[in-house]
Design a protein around this ligand. Structure first.
Ligand code: SF4
Length: 380
């Protein structure tokens, strides 16, 4: 997707630097070019970097964070261009929250999220229709509040906003559940079953009060009786990075490193979270290690780039940080944002060409903004 928005700018054909030319070049040769282009753009541009980005990219970020923190920063940014080094749904959220004069750029349009892809808007609409037919959505049924994790498409965020629901992140999921339960009897939670289950469990809900809606089965694979007994309907989605961690990994690391603190992300399975010492968003994981005394060892269940970075950062402070499993797992879609893509996007901007702009349509934007604003107003 390529957009030239200002008539006085040179034409795209005349100016656009071809991505293929960049992809042939070594990573290290990008550093000087990224820094030079960044300096030329000055306050016109802000680079946001998610914690799971690789080192060669995140070192150029003006702000780093998880999707919650970055969505807040994006909503307060003043420059014209927001370069989002993250994945597609994050850039969409930035565009929804951005001011009219701002443009959001995703350096590689292939940087998606496998979890977000597990809930398609047409599947969610079909699910809602089924739940309505089962008599679960009306006021007589006590109300059903759709709640979506940030890791979902703009269309699904809008779906939730339009039906009285909201967006949450792993930082504020519990607060979002409380918000929803103050307004309805049941929650439809999209698209990560693990975050939904972990949050409901932490709030004291019993396993039999949760069901999993499988979009590939008739009626989600659930009987009307199971649905009526449920307080939380979990969408059958997951993160391929975090679902890999198993309870056995926790047992193994505890046997290997006495006293180790196990810190995991709430996208991990309930059985893993139940064995952990701390469950939290990437921001909470970082804070936990920052605040620990010298000599503490940590086994961390999250994306490997962040774990390795924490290992390097805290080793001089006498804190030992390793991945929870032996292999570690990278987020392959986050990894798509390379220094070459970042240099390409920045140098095109310097030339007056906007490449890879992420633009959410106005109708979707309106209701998605309602759902995001509700999230930004609740206390995390
Ligand atoms: S780590 Fe998982 S949830 Fe996060 S962007 Fe990657 S695939 Fe999506």
């Amino acid at each position: 997707m390529t957009t030239v928005l200002e008539a006085e700018l040179p034409t795209q054909a005349a100016t656009q630097c071809t991505l293929d030319n960049y992809l042939e070049l070594p990573d290290a040769s990008m550093d000087g070019r990224i820094a030079a282009a960044r300096a030329k753009l000055g306050k016109q541009a802000i680079i946001l970097g998610h914690h799971y980005q690789r080192d060669e990219v995140i070192r150029f970020a003006d702000a780093t964070g998880d999707s919650y923190k970055l969505s807040k920063i994006a909503s307060q940014a003043v420059g014209k261009y927001i370069l989002f080094c993250g994945v597609h749904f994050m850039a969409e959220s930035a565009d929804i929250l951005a001011q009219p004069h701002q443009q959001v750029i995703l350096p590689d349009l292939n940087a998606g999220c496998s979890m977000a892809d597990m809930a398609d808007i047409s599947q969610v609409e079909a699910c809602w229709d089924s739940l309505t037919a089962a008599g679960l959505t009306g006021a007589e049924a006590g109300g059903l509040i759709p709640l979506t994790y940030m890791n979902s498409t703009a269309a699904i965020k809008a779906f939730c906003g339009e039906r009285g629901g909201l967006v949450c992140t792993s930082s504020n999921a519990a607060a979002a559940f409380r918000w929803a339960f103050a307004r309805g009897q049941r929650i439809l939670f999209l698209p990560d079953q693990h975050l939904g289950r972990n949050t409901a469990h932490a709030l004291g809900l019993a396993p039999q009060e949760m069901v999993v809606w499988d979009p590939y089965q008739l009626q989600g694979g659930l009987t009307p009786e199971r649905l009526r007994a449920a307080r939380v309907i979990l969408w059958k989605g997951h993160c391929s990075v975090h679902q890999r961690f198993l309870p056995e990994h926790v047992d193994l690391v505890r046997a290997k490193i006495p006293g180790v603190q196990v810190v995991v992300h709430p996208e991990c399975r309930l059985e893993v979270c139940q064995k952990a010492d701390v469950i939290g968003s990437t921001e909470r994981i970082i804070r936990t290690i920052e605040e620990a005394p010298t000599g503490t060892s940590f086994a961390v269940g999250t994306e490997i780039h962040l774990v390795n970075r924490l290992g390097k950062r805290f080793a001089p402070l006498g804190k030992h940080v390793i991945t929870l499993d032996d292999a570690g797992c990278l987020c392959t879609t986050m990894f798509r944002i390379s220094p070459q893509h970042l240099a390409w996007a920045l140098e095109n901007l310097v030339e007056g060409t906007v490449v890879n702009r992420i633009r959410v349509s106005d109708d979707v934007k309106h209701w998605a903004r309602v759902a995001l604003d509700r999230m930004l107003e609740i206390r995390g």
